[in-house]
Design a protein around this ligand. Structure first.
Ligand code: CP
Length: 339
């Protein structure tokens, strides 16, 4: 049965998925996704995108399922797209913020998770400022699927999947592309998940920024990456012009002021001068280079406004594709949870 038929007929997702995706209960990061599993998610997102672009965006696939978005940090894109994704698939979606919940009275994350599980919820989508928070829930909750919507500086796997999907949609492939990730890599969970995702799919990943904002612990002192496939292919370059040479994809990262205690940069002016991604700096990139940003952007700091809203930018397309990817994940996870 095709995915689109299954979505219309309320067929169990097990019928559609195969391999690892069929058994998957949680999405915590891309380090435990196989290449095949990533491809399967991207392929499913194509079908979901077709539903998303209909006049009437509604299929019965997840009728009777309950999804909770549990956000301990601010979000626009991730939270809204999960809510929209769940609603298009006919799941009941409950949004919960730490603010206004019993977390404010000191309830622990684990007790909050157990409470949500006791209400018969199928999937929890969690964003939390502490790295590892989704893993804690995944270890202790046995009836609920957990999706990591961003934990501390650790991982943001659904963002990476939508980024992979957006590149594949535009350029037709992932293997062999040069993907340059520029900026505050050190504090970026988006970068960490994208490094796994793009490297697994055979892209050449180059990290660029001030050395103080690059995760050099990933690499040996000589600059040779640790012997950890697929990360062994990741390169680090502090000179933006050199990094951009021959780039197919440039992803600018938000300078995360809220995670910096100072001391990382000589000055904002210096950062802008050396690492802001602008039209003028793309001269040595591929003529069709695509410009990405996970959002929210600091326009005029890590990326120029002209580039962010120009013809090479796919930043709004990333947002649209985020809904399709999250539909695919909610759908397939409901099979793993129900199995
Ligand atoms: N990219 C991203 O996670 O955006 P939000 O913080 O708006 O969800």
């Amino acid at each position: 049965m095709s995915l689109l038929n299954a979505l219309e007929t309320e067929a169990q997702p097990q019928v559609i998925a195969s391999g690892g995706l069929k058994r998957r209960r949680h999405v915590l990061d891309l380090d435990d996704f196989s290449r095949q599993e990533i491809l399967e998610v991207l392929e499913s997102a194509e079908g979901m995108s077709e539903v998303l672009h209909r006049d009437i965006k509604k299929v019965p696939a997840l009728r009777g399922r309950v999804v909770v978005t549990l956000f301990y940090e601010a979000s626009t894109r991730t939270r809204m797209s999960f809510e929209e994704a769940g609603k298009i698939l006919s799941a009941d979606v409950i949004n919960m913020s730490a603010s206004g919940s019993s977390a404010e009275k000191g309830e622990s994350l684990l007790n909050t998770g157990l409470t949500i599980q006791a209400m018969g919820v199928d999937t929890i989508v969690i964003r939390h400022p502490h790295s590892g928070a989704p893993y804690l829930l995944a270890q202790h909750l046995d009836k609920v699927g957990i999706i990591n919507a961003g934990d501390g500086i650790h991982a943001h796997p659904t963002q990476a999947l939508l980024d992979l999907y957006t590149v594949k949609e535009k350029l037709g492939r992932l293997e062999g592309l040069k993907v340059v990730i520029v900026g505050d890599v050190l504090h970026s969970r988006v970068a960490r998940s994208n490094i796994w995702g793009f490297a697994k799919m055979g892209a050449q990943v180059v990290l660029c920024g001030p050395s103080t904002l690059l995760p050099l612990d990933m690499l040996r002192p000589s600059g040779v990456p640790a012997n950890d496939e697929p990360l062994a292919s990741v390169q680090v370059e502090t000179n933006l012009d050199q990094a951009l040479e021959g780039a197919d994809v440039v992803m600018a990262l938000r300078l995360q002021a809220e995670r910096q205690n100072g001391g990382f940069l000589p000055s904002m002016r210096e950062y802008i001068r050396r690492w802001q991604v602008t039209e003028a700096r793309l001269g040595r990139s591929s003529p069709d280079v695509m410009i990405m940003h996970p959002g929210p952007m600091n326009e005029g700091i890590e990326i120029s406004s002209t580039l962010a809203h120009g013809g090479r930018s796919v930043i709004e397309r990333q947002v649209t594709n985020g809904v399709a990817i999250r539909m695919a994940l909610l759908y397939h996870l409901s099979a793993g949870v129900g199995a």
